[in-house]
Write a protein that binds this ligand. Structure first.
Ligand SMILES: Cc1ncc(C[n+]2csc(CCOP(=O)(O)OP(=O)(O)O)c2C)c(N)n1
Length: 634
């Protein structure tokens, strides 16, 4: 009845989009009823029954569809793209597959809490072609996660039939490959769905394990209203109509004498009244008045972090040791912090940042992962939803490409979309100068710099690295934490022994002088120091940004106003690099103070080459001194 009403509203232009679940209702409703209300369900775009099954007030649901404030996303996302924490529902992002990695994280949280809760996550047969499907089921299988992966096999993905989507006969066959159980049911029979989900739940509660549940069904109205159903072969809808889950169940209940025409009429009357009431509330609510301050404020969960070291004691540490020490203290401080990454357990990580951690913290908290970057970053979000913190180590920053979607679309947007913070730090061993070629040397911080909702930290010194890592882990928001591989063992410095945080968003003036401002970060800071040591006549302000997002506007303005000449130095390539944004910012805000054009010193606009000769030609270090000299003499 809700669907019928929504279709009407859609035709009247009062809601924007509708993915009809007609023909598939039994799967959502059966699952919602079989799961405990305390257990998480992660539905897809066709699963209205999950939301109604969890008794979300119709008025809120309708307000969400209309983009009103009392919905779930303050008008920022549409239809079923929302989570509802109070109802233990995590809605999808448009990309479909990432849901499954998030389910892994929630399930991992339950596994660690030993609370016997099961998680149910949905995918369609089309979405099951995505890499996320494979990665998340693989991770769940290896980690014995208590998840029911529900595949609604309606034989079509938008207009594409199964024959053009996959070659396997049925999805339960895939379960064999993952070494897990697969069960198939008639998804149009609510009792079969309910009984199966109930018994799978009980089984999983006895022994943690994931299961694939394949529900055979059909989408009666096609993908969504605007795309029509012309691609369906003639007669197919009539055939499936005979198996309609709602009318068949109604007939069954009538036959059993559990329902009669009067009761049906009463139910319908009541439901119609509830729908009308809900709609009236939603329609009466005024449209949202945009407030830019609120839009910005909701990007991040607020939390003040400022912890000073308890004593003045310090030890001289290399960058890698400072990172390791910071991580160890964070593990000691936060019992709910989980580390995940390839080879980080007994092996200690390829750079040995987590050496010895398994002995101290155990394998539950220091987790070797399969090569599944996307599912693991999704797991980080799921852990956050379940009250945990996590650190995900990319083996090399380059491999973040395989987890990119989860970072930029899930971690970065979830707080702004529906108020769910992503308490995840992604550690990124980055950079060139180690003759490792184009796939182990990239500087890719700029890829994330353009994504609202992320923080980017990039320390250049051991003491900053320890304090910033602690701050990143304290921070309830997603932080990309860059660590330069070439600096791991080549630089050292005095680092406070105690636990402390260094403020995210604050630059550090490493050297002070009136001739010129050098604004840089990471390896660039050390190149600049080397150049200034070589050219003592140049008196420069050397500003180490330390945080790239949000960058320290005040510190930049202050140094530019002081010297009137600026060179921005970064290891990343020139075009579209962070220097471009900083240069634009300086031009917009300090034009009257400038005595020369803002100069950028960056790598060549090519991939990172392998041999040292080519690599040092690629990097800006060799060109920087000349550019600096020219600027000073401008
Ligand atoms: C990564 C990605 N690629 C493409 C799309 C566009 N798209 C949205 S739904 C859909 C088909 C999904 O099919 P299926 O998972 O079987 O679900 P169904 O709509 O049949 O219920 C496509 C191609 C998308 N949302 N995300």
């Amino acid at each position: 009845m809700i669907e019928e009403k929504m279709l009407l509203l859609l035709r009247q232009g009062k809601i924007s989009k509708w993915f009809s679940g007609m023909g598939q209702e039994a799967i959502s409703v059966g699952t919602a009823l079989a799961m405990d209300k305390e257990e998480f369900i992660l539905p897809m775009h066709r699963n209205l029954g999950i939301f109604t099954g969890r008794d979300i007030p119709f008025s809120r649901l309708f307000a969400q569809f209309q983009g009103k404030l009392s919905g779930f996303t303050k008008g920022r996302d549409r239809s079923f793209h929302f989570g509802a924490s109070d109802y233990n529902i995590v809605g999808m992002i448009s990309h479909l597959g990432p849901q499954m990695g998030v389910a892994d994280g929630i399930a991992l949280g339950n596994l660690l809490k030993k609370n016997k809760k099961v998680t149910a996550v949905f995918t369609g047969d089309g979405g099951a072609s995505e890499g996320d499907f494979h990665e998340s089921i693989n991770v769940a299988a290896v980690w014995d996660l208590p998840v029911i992966f529900i595949i609604e096999n309606n034989h079509w993905g938008l207009s594409t039939p199964s024959s053009e989507q996959f070659r396997c006969k049925q999805f339960i066959d895939k379960a064999i490959g993952y070494g897990i159980e697969g069960v198939q049911v008639d998804g149009n029979n609510i009792l079969e769905v309910y009984d199966t989900v109930s018994s799978l739940r009980e089984k999983i509660q006895k022994k943690n394990q994931p299961v694939i549940l394949e529900c055979m069904t059909f989408r009666m109205r096609g993908h969504e209203e605007a795309s029509g159903t012309k691609y369906y072969p003639p007669g197919i809808q009539d055939e499936w109509a005979k198996q309609d889950p709602v009318s068949n169940y109604e007939t069954f209940l009538l036959d059993q004498g559990l329902l009669d025409e009067h009761k049906i009429a009463d139910y319908k009357k009541q439901i119609k009244a509830d729908i009308d009431d809900g709609l009236k509330i939603a329609f009466d609510e005024p449209v949202i008045k945009p407030d830019t301050t609120i839009e910005y404020n909701d990007l991040f969960k607020k939390q003040e972090i400022n912890i000073k070291p308890a004593s003045g004691k310090t030890t001289n540490l290399r960058l890698i040791d400072a990172i390791s020490a910071g991580l160890r203290q964070a593990m000691q401080k936060h019992n709910n912090l989980i580390l995940m990454g390839q080879d980080i357990a007994e092996y200690g990580g390829v750079f040995k940042a987590t050496e010895g951690f398994v002995t101290e913290f155990g394998k539950e908290r220091v987790r070797n992962t399969p090569l599944c970057e996307s599912a693991i970053i999704g797991t980080g979000l799921g852990l956050s939803i379940n009250g945990f913190k996590s650190m995900v180590e990319m083996q090399f920053a380059d491999f973040v490409t395989c987890g990119f979607n989860q970072i930029v679309n899930n971690l970065a947007k979830s707080h702004w979309r529906w108020g769910q913070n992503a308490d995840v730090v992604v550690r990124m061993p980055t950079g060139a100068g180690v003759a490792a070629g184009p796939f182990h040397s990239q500087s890719n911080e700029a890829w994330f710099f353009h994504v609202p909702g992320l923080k980017i930290v990039y320390p250049a010194f051991p003491a900053d690295a320890k304090g910033l890592l602690a701050a990143a882990i304290e921070d309830p928001n997603p932080v990309m934490f860059f660590e330069h591989k070439a600096l791991y063992r080549s630089i050292s410095g005095d680092v406070p022994d105690d636990y402390y945080t260094t403020e995210i968003g604050k630059a550090n003036l490493v050297r002070s002088g009136n001739d010129v401002s050098i604004i840089t970060y990471g390896f660039g800071v050390h190149w600049a120091i080397e150049a200034l040591d070589k050219m003592p006549s140049i008196k420069a302000d050397l500003l180490d940004l330390r945080t790239l997002l949000p960058f320290d506007r005040e510190a930049i303005l202050e140094t530019v106003k002081k010297t009137g000449k600026v060179i921005i130095l970064h290891e990343d390539t020139l075009i579209g690099g962070i220097g471009a944004e900083l240069s634009a910012f300086i031009n917009e805000h300090c034009f009257e103070y400038l005595d020369a054009p803002v100069v950028r010193s960056a790598s060549l606009d090519t991939p990172v080459p392998f041999t040292s000769e080519l690599e040092w030609n690629f990097l800006p270090k060799a060109r920087f001194e000349k550019q600096l000299n020219e600027l000073v003499n401008y």
